[in-house]
Design a protein around this ligand. Structure first.
Ligand SMILES: CC(=O)SCCNC(=O)CCNC(=O)[C@H](O)C(C)(C)COP(=O)(O)OP(=O)(O)OC[C@H]1O[C@@H](n2cnc3c(N)ncnc32)[C@H](O)[C@@H]1OP(=O)(O)O
Ligand SMILES: O=C([O-])CC(=O)C(=O)O
Length: 437
């Protein structure tokens, strides 16, 4: 038994009889350390294909970035509890932590900030890119396309093993994605783009480029900036979620950082992942329009009416309250109280949660609110349209995607991602000409 395996407690000993001999292993749930690695390696040698749709039990990598204990509702970035980071840190500092592994010193943070500020501008030709999209285009595919286009403007990014250029691409992404996101919004409302103002912080600059007008001074509301910064921290990483796994999978073919993150943005778009934040608000709007009866809605969910799920509820890993949702719920009242928008929808959301958490359907399945349940209410109060919410998630998740791509490219264990399948089609048949079919 390896030290890593032996060090785990609470597991069970299993004996595997494989062509390579008998192997006694302690098998534990993969919440900490490397308990599944030995087992996975042994099974891989046998050539047996394990059937695991959705990768429920498959550890696709080892990682030192984010730790989740889904049963206990624990989330830590590089070992720091999310609650502490939410209370004391800020988004730039957390981005540094995720990407470089340590909290920055004052000098490191200043250097990081200066380098990001130097790259917030977009190439004028890249700005024209937005003209090609319809005005009512969804901002997520617009953002993904624009990030993909960065590879064409910065061809020094193409070699994933060129460390100085990976570092430059990292800074370019952190600097330019907020500008791209703001321009996607401006395009959708037909207003002119604003150049970044690098005397401002990252979040403040983004707010000004999004809501400011060229001829008018834009006054930044510190409560709004603080609320958005907090939400970005809470979204910054979440281990091998669908979009991060996509970033790693695309990157495992040695595609560059921009291409991999462009793909991650599209994985985030779906309503079962990041798109749930928009879907929750649409659900709450729908309940309100139907008279506000949460019982009726919950019954429709339980009756499995086609296409009706309790959006913002349930999670692959959390079988307890999502700690991010706990923080957001706690601060939603405070934030909405300060910036306005504590409307009927918040009451409906709370009633819906209370109703669901006392219902056997949700209790038996361990379904709790996830990070997306309360965020939309805050985004709306900050002035963002529903369609734009997932772009805000993408802005928050960006440092996590970058950190995972960099960890993946440096890991000597990385192999091209290539799952197998269980073939269920025809065994073999002979071709017939079209006249005989
Ligand atoms: C940032 C994020 O990505 S967080 C997730 C955001 N997504 C959402 O909020 C969408 C709503 N939630 C869901 O669709 C799911 O809970 C997911 C996608 C998050 C997780 O899916 P999985 O881990 O594959 O769980 P799965 O779909 O197998 O659900 C297990 C059981 O709970 C039920 N269930 C899960 N989530 C919900 C829900 N939100 N509403 C109603 N029933 C649900 C399933 O129908 C299933 O029941 P069954 O075993 O009787 O068929
Ligand atoms: O971890 C997941 O599967 C989804 C999630 O909560 C996230 O990406 O933040």
């Amino acid at each position: 038994m390896s030290d890593a395996t032996a060090a785990q407690s609470g597991g069970e000993n299993v004996v595997l009889r494989l062509p390579s001999g008998e192997h006694e292993l302690k098998v534990v749930r993969a919440v900490e350390g490397a308990p599944g690695i030995e087992l996975g390696k042994l099974l891989a040698q046998t050539g047996y294909i394990t059937y695991d749709p959705g990768f429920v039990n498959t550890g696709s990598t080892s990682s030192a970035i984010t730790y989740i204990d889904g049963d206990q509702g624990v989330l830590r970035y590089r070992g720091y509890p999310i609650e502490q980071l939410a209370q004391h840190s800020n988004f730039l500092e957390v981005s540094y932590l995720l990407i470089y592994g340590e909290l920055p010193t004052a000098a490191q943070l200043e250097d990081f900030t200066t380098r990001i500020n130097r790259h917030t501008l977009l190439h004028e030709d890249l700005k024209r890119f937005f003209d090609g999209f319809p005005r009512d285009a969804h901002p997520m595919p617009v953002l993904s396309s624009a990030v993909s286009a960065l590879s064409t403007f910065y061809q020094d990014s193409l070699n994933p093993f060129d460390e100085p250029n990976v570092e430059l691409s990292t800074i370019r992404l952190l600097a330019k994605v907020p500008t791209l996101a703001a321009y996607a919004y401006k395009k959708s409302i037909g207003q002119p783009f604003l150049y970044p103002d690098n005397s401002l912080g990252l979040v403040e600059n983004f707010l000004r480029m999004t809501f400011g007008l060229p001829a008018e001074p834009y006054e930044i509301d510190p409560d709004v900036a603080k609320a958005l910064d907090l939400l970005f921290i809470l979204h910054a990483d979440h281990e091998q979620n669908c979009s991060t796994s996509t970033v790693r999978l695309v990157g495992s073919s040695e595609a560059n950082l921009f291409a991999s993150i462009s793909a991650g943005i599209m994985a985030l778009f779906g309503p079962l992942h990041g798109g749930a934040n928009s879907a929750v608000l649409e659900m709450l709007d729908g309940i309100k329009a139907d008279g506000g009866d949460v019982n009726d809605f919950v019954n429709r969910v339980k009756n499995r009416e086609k296409g009706v799920r309790l959006m913002g509820f349930g999670h692959r890993v959390y079988k307890n309250y999502d700690p991010r949702a706990k923080i957001i719920k706690k601060t939603a009242d405070e934030i909405l109280g300060k910036i306005g928008g504590g409307d009927e929808l918040l009451d409906i959301a709370k009633a819906l949660e209370e109703r669901a958490l006392s219902d056997d359907y949700f209790i038996e399945r361990k379904l709790y609110p996830n990070v997306d349940f309360y965020t939309g209410l805050i985004y709306r109060a900050l002035g963002f349209p529903t369609k734009y919410f997932t772009v805000l998630f993408a802005l928050g998740r960006l440092p996590g995607w970058i950190a995972h791509w960099r960890e993946m490219i440096q890991d000597p264990q990385t192999k091209i991602g290539r799952p197998r399948q269980i073939y269920t089609g025809e065994k073999q048949r002979d071709y017939k000409p079209v006249t005989e079919r």
